[in-house]
Structure formats: C-alpha cells, structure tokens
Ligand binder design. Structure first.
Ligand code: IPE
Ligand code: IPE
Ligand code: MG
Length: 259
C-alpha cells in the first residue's frame, strides 16, 4: 500500500468542538468605518449570526452560545440600547420559526427580568416552540454576565442551605456548577472573539476554565465560513492537557502504559 494516495481527511479535521462560545464583537467599528450609525453595524451583525448558526449545523457542532448583550451594555447611550432591543424583537419575530424547522433549540441565558414584557414574551415563545429540537442548541446570552451567573448560583445554594435541602458542608464544585447557566451542556471547548480585542468581558467565567481561546481581528459583521474554518483548524491542532503532562494525554502514552 506504500505510495497510495491518502484520500481520507487528516485526523485533525475530525476534531470538532462540541460547544462553541462566541463574543460577537466589532459591530460598532464596522459601521463607523462606513460612516454609518452604530445601529447599522448591529443590523449587519444580526446577519452574521446566520452565518455562524449555519456553520454549526453543517459541522455537527452540538451547542453554540452567543454573547448578544452583556449586563454592562446597558451603560451605552440610550439610543443604541433602544436600537438593540428593537433588533432583538425583530430578529426573534423573523428567525424563530425557521430556526425551529431546522432543528435548532433556542434558549436564553441572563437576567431576563430587565427586558420589556414584549421581548420577554418572545423569548418564552421561542424557547417553548423549539423545546423538542436536538440538532443544535443555540444559547443567546442576553443581559448576561459571568459574575451575575456565579452570584445567582451562589444565591440558590444559600437558599437550599437555608431551607435545609442541603448542608453547607456538602457544597462542592459540582453543586455550584449544577446551578450555573448551561449546566446541562458540556462546557464550551472553543471560544471565539471577533473584533480584535483579547478579553473575556464578563462572558462565561466559570464555564470557560479550560476552554481553548481564539481571537480574530475580523469584525463580527464580516464573519465568513473561512474565518470559522481558521478557528476550527487551530482548535484541531491544539493539545488539551487539563493540567496533565503532554505525555499523559498523548495517544503514545496510552499505548505505552498498556504495553
Ligand atoms: C458587539 O459589537 C455587539 C454588542 C456589544 C451588543 P460592539 O457594539 O461592541 O462593537 P464595537 O466593539 O464597538 O466595534
Ligand atoms: C462584549 O462586547 C459583549 C458582547 C459582545 C455582547 P463589549 O464590546 O461590550 O466588550 P468590551 O466593552 O469591549 O469589553
Ligand atoms: Mg465591542
């Protein structure tokens, strides 16, 4: 067989993240470069969400968590916040039925109480309508903050202790993790931030503990499949050690250890 043409894809090409977490950043700068208001950038950013969702569906990625609005984003000018709320409403009205038909389950994470009743109703409807879908779980982080998430999980632990359901002694990492957003999913294994900044900005703090981080200068509205291919290829080339040594996690060691 020596000299035969290798037709199978490289082994690394089959290593696909199970859960992709994305900070969709750069909408404002995209608009400013075109001398347009920032809201136009957000509108263009909404279109890029479809690029990302389609990519996940095509590549068998099980879960996608998108950071749409942080708990700190309320501090932006009122007209920008208002435009974003309008955009969320319109996007939900326009996209949810189609997402549902394509097997996407939608969920929202974050403090929902701060949103207007009309928006909360749309969120509830989207979740109820897509409840039975299993092809891709799409989580939208809206009025979300990683610190908020850990705080609300801690509060729930305290309530359980106060009510006598658990003892303080029994609180361990698993107990806290089970009360965080996305507890039912595998932790994100690949994080992407567009827009050139290299920070977490209060996204999933606990859940990203061992996530592979990938940054690109591409502005979110310019997202393309090629950009995502680049992230996937980089992810596939990384060695995830989870605190162990390279020898421990490599296949070689497994063969050696069993010999
Ligand atoms: C991300 O784009 C969208 C939200 C935070 C809602 P930005 O609006 O932060 O865009 P830049 O970072 O100012 O370019
Ligand atoms: C993070 O982007 C939040 C979202 C993309 C929704 P920001 O633009 O708010 O982050 P900072 O302010 O640059 O850290
Ligand atoms: Mg930004």
């Amino acid at each position: 067989m020596s000299g035969s043409v290798v037709t199978q894809p490289a082994a690394s090409a089959s290593i696909v993240p199970r859960h992709l977490a994305v900070i969709m950043d750069g909408n404002g700068r995209w608009a400013q470069r075109r001398h347009r208001p920032r809201s136009i950038g957000h509108r263009a950013g909404a279109r890029a969400v479809n690029v990302c969702v389609d990519y996940c569906l095509d590549h068998g990625i099980e879960a996608l968590t998108l950071f749409a609005f942080s708990s700190e984003n309320w501090q932006r000018p009122a007209d920008e916040v208002g435009a974003l709320m309008q955009l969320f409403m319109r996007a939900l009205d326009r996209e949810v039925d189609d997402l549902g038909r394509r097997g996407v389950r939608l969920r929202f994470i974050g403090e929902r109480g701060a949103f207007a009743e009309a928006l909360r109703q749309r969120m509830d409807r989207a979740e109820a309508l897509t409840l039975g879908n299993t092809r891709l779980q799409l989580n939208i982080a809206a009025n979300y903050g990683g610190r908020w998430d850990i705080t609300q999980a801690s509060r729930r632990l305290a309530e359980d202790v106060a009510a006598g359901r658990i003892t303080a002694d029994s609180i361990d990492e698993a107990a806290l993790a089970s009360r965080l957003s996305l507890a039912e999913l595998p932790a994100p294994d690949l994080f992407i931030r567009t827009g050139g900044d290299q920070r977490i900005s209060n996204f999933l703090l606990w859940q990203l503990a061992y996530c592979e981080l990938w940054f690109t200068d591409t502005l979110w509205p310019d997202l393309s499949r090629e950009t995502l291919d680049g992230a996937m290829a980089d992810f596939a080339s990384r060695e995830r050690r989870f605190g162990k040594t390279s020898e421990q996690v490599s296949d070689k060691t497994i063969v050696g250890a069993s010999a």
